[in-house]
Design a protein around this ligand. Structure first.
Ligand SMILES: [Zn+2]
Length: 323
């Protein structure tokens, strides 16, 4: 048996050794697309199983069969109805916790994503966790744990799941059938999260990102008209363009700061060239501009997106001239 994902090995061991003294409430937090759900589901399955091995479900016992078919009576999954997890769902949860258990062992509640709890629901859940029902474990999963009320967080034992090292992520992505040349740029725009990176590939986002990098490189070199380039960026969508620029500059910045020695920060060729053409100060200026643009995009005012994108394209071209 292996852990759900290779980079979760040590955390898995940390949590599983506590199987017989599990905290009442566990909060699994960390960025999107690194496998928190898989981890949580495997943890639940292992805790429900009557003959687990290293915390993993045996897949053979009756609780395992029931859980696999989605019918385990001592397990409740709580997910948003529409956008939020609402207080009625917490009322159902409370009813579930007071019911008699069907099996010897634990009752488990999985709440994901926990940041979807609205205020009333969070308050109501907090009351439950202040006097936790016996033999019941709550597992909360969140990629925005900071948005949970501090009082609720303080009732949970928090475990942070991390973005894997690039090399490990690349190996895993290749095992999933991802082509070598595509894996790295996908990982770049997914900010290191491998599962998210695969989604980006499926949605053709990676090809668009690579085009964007080529466009930027062209602008820096004084090739290409910023106005025309900005028009092409509109087809990608302003939000993606700005997000990727931010991700690319952040990655380049880290690369520069690491003195280009850190192999963890291997770069795709176009990025490498952009990095060679610009110094850190110019990158920071561009980064700031992207942040300002994103702020304008987020403010729900009527937006002249073509103009914003033109502004960005011109800024890249100008940065190239300053060499
Ligand atoms: Zn089992």
């Amino acid at each position: 048996m292996t852990v759900p994902l290779p980079w979760q090995e040590s955390l898995w061991r940390q949590i599983v050794v506590r199987r017989h003294a599990m905290p009442h409430a566990v909060l699994l937090s960390g960025p999107q697309g690194i496998g928190k759900q898989r981890f949580a589901r495997q943890l639940v399955a292992g805790l429900l199983c009557h003959a687990p091995q290293d915390g993993h479900p045996c897949g053979e016992c009756r609780p395992c069969h029931l859980h696999a078919s989605g019918n385990h009576p001592d397990f409740l999954a709580v997910a948003p109805e529409k956008r939020s997890i609402v207080v009625d769902q917490i009322r159902e949860l409370i009813e579930f916790t007071v019911l008699t258990r069907h099996f010897e062992g634990l009752k488990l509640v999985l709440i994901s994503p926990a940041e979807a709890l609205n205020r009333h629901a969070a308050n109501s859940l907090l009351k439950v966790l202040e006097e936790p029902p016996a033999e019941c474990i709550f597992i909360l999963v969140s990629h925005a744990a900071g948005r949970l009320p501090a009082t609720l967080r303080s009732r949970c034992q928090q475990f942070q799941l991390m973005v894997p090292a690039t090399e490990m992520a690349l190996v895993w992505m290749r095992e999933q059938g991802c082509a070598e040349a595509e894996a790295l740029p996908a990982l770049e725009i997914a900010e290191g999260s491998p599962i998210r990176a695969l989604e980006m590939l499926e949605n053709d986002r990676v090809a668009q990102y690579q085009e964007l990098l080529k466009d930027i490189l062209g602008l820096i070199k004084g090739q290409g008209d910023p106005i025309l380039v900005a028009r092409e960026w509109q087809a990608i969508g302003g939000e993606w363009v700005v997000r990727w620029m931010l991700a690319a500059i952040a990655r380049l910045g880290r690369h520069l700061l690491a003195g280009r020695r850190n192999e963890e920060l291997e770069l795709v060729p176009a990025m490498q060239k952009i990095g060679e053409a610009l110094d850190l100060a110019r990158m920071l200026t561009l980064y700031q501009l992207c942040l300002d643009t994103r702020r304008l995009q987020a403010a729900a005012i009527t937006l002249n997106e073509p103009l914003l994108l033109e502004g960005l394209a011109i800024a890249w071209a100008e940065a190239g001239k300053l060499r």
